[in-house]
Design a protein around this ligand. Sequence first.
Ligand code: GTP
Ligand code: MG
Length: 584
Amino acid sequence: MAARGVGMLARLPLCAQRGQVLRPTHRLLSYPGPVAADLKREEQSSRNVETGSEDKTPKKKFSEVQKERREQAQRTVLIHCPSKISEKKFLKYLSQHGPISNHFFYESFGLYAVVEFCQKESVTSLQNVTRTPSMDTEAAIPFKSRFFNVKMKNPSNQTSEQPCIQCSNHTPPSSKKLSELLCYAESIDDQLNTLLKEFQLTEEDIKLRYLTCSLIEDLAAAYFQDCIVRPFGSSVNSFGKLGCDLDMFLDLGEIGKFNTNKTSGNFLMEFQVKNVSSERIATQKILSVIGECLDHFGPGCVGVQKILNARCPLVRFSHQASGFQCDLTTNNRIALKSSELLYIYGALDSRVRALVFCIRCWARAHSLTSSIPGSWITNFSLTMMVIFFLQRRSPPILPTLDYLKTLAGAEDKCIIEGHNCTFVSDLNRIKPSGNTETLESLLKEFFEYFGNFAFNKNSINIRQGREQNKPESSPLHIQNPFETSLNISKNVNQSQLQKFVDLARESAWILSQEDKDRPSPSSNRPWGLATLLLPSVVNSVSLAKKKKKKPASERIKNLLESIKSSSPENDTNTNGKRTVSTQA
Ligand code: GTP
Ligand code: MG
């Protein structure tokens, strides 16, 4: 039965998605869906995050958020629309298949609509009236996905219908705009919160991430029925910056679980399967096939690379319509647990995310981190450093992982590949910290702490929340919280670590000068965080300080003195300024 209405839906032909991998500019257009009367207005809050609110409502468990978002994504479709579409008619047309609970538009080399139905059946109903496009010169592979193309049947009749779609831009602010926003802030605390607000993932961006995973899951399910594609990493751990990659985990674990519990009687049924010699080979084979599948049949999936010899084999591709760079892994359950742990830390105290975002932005501004793999510090390592630092405050702002383990209930018990990954999942069981330090003070202290950290002999360890002797000689040692014999920053070389230390010291110095230098609000001069995020300013401070360097003999004398008086209470020089000294 053909659907009546303004448009015809056709699944996107593969040929239209091939070609160059482009990084689109997202312009998200968000509207309440007029079709469903009971639309939840909270959905419109585009700067909303899962847990970051300061209200006293119980905080959701990570697994609850994942479950809700996944279910929501399964009721959602992605539609490529003509630019002159009438929103009202478009929604009316779609609502023939059932009520719509929410929708928004975004631009990414074309106009796209994300439409969430109230019921999953509506998606099937829509699929049933959708045709596979026929082409003159190319042939379409008839893959029925939830990614559609809508065309106008009679475009000439509808040209008078100008869309009244307002654009809301969801790209992070330009450096100029950011600098302005930071200059107008009232305090450094205000600056850190502004940075968080401007860079954190929006509600729509989060929805699009879950939807993209759900679309990939449909493809993978063609081979592995009941598989789940779960987002992990910064897309879900609450530390994601707009534009961050989309890490996906192809979870086949649930498949094997069904059999044992459901059997009764005298026999145990097993599937006939092919065996391979190791888990790693199985992972490589699965990813290889899924990679081919994405490349050949995946609407919107381009630039597929199979990186199967990496420590953690993966398939990397670009999901062109959403604009996400995706990394798909499997057999990577520990990373999902790490994401849950970071989510918990991010939700415990509002200062955590503000500080992590600030350090991530600072590191990016000074090229300490990079999107290209290499000897750089990663965002994951930086987050661990912030968490560790916050565990070291007095009183601590964050509890240790060992403490979170003591709060765990029976349902939280989790052993993965022999590693104990148990910790409490219910955030409401963790007492808030009594620490009242300001963000400004924490930022300054962070730079001082790591500007003076004895990286040569100590390891960072969030499980115990205290420095430990390094078990190996890598310049930077950050213990993997679950696979405790591993160092998550093994890739970092001495020169990158030194660059981090130098920048931390310069930044601590700049912040210690801040009170004296703070310009009047009317002047447009960068101050506070705005100065720290300008590479040229930090570098020029560094140069100026280097020029003023004291003779070596005097520096050695000072160093010895600073070692003698390295206790924190002695960490103030005669001018009353905090000093940044080298710790032995
Ligand atoms: P972005 O830079 O915003 O993408 O941060 P991210 O946290 O998503 O980092 P990334 O995409 O590099 O990695 C995704 C997830 O994989 C992380 O959040 C961790 O859970 C895990 N991960 C990354 N690097 C390591 C590592 O070196 N060791 C371990 N065990 N897990 C890692
Ligand atoms: Mg990531």
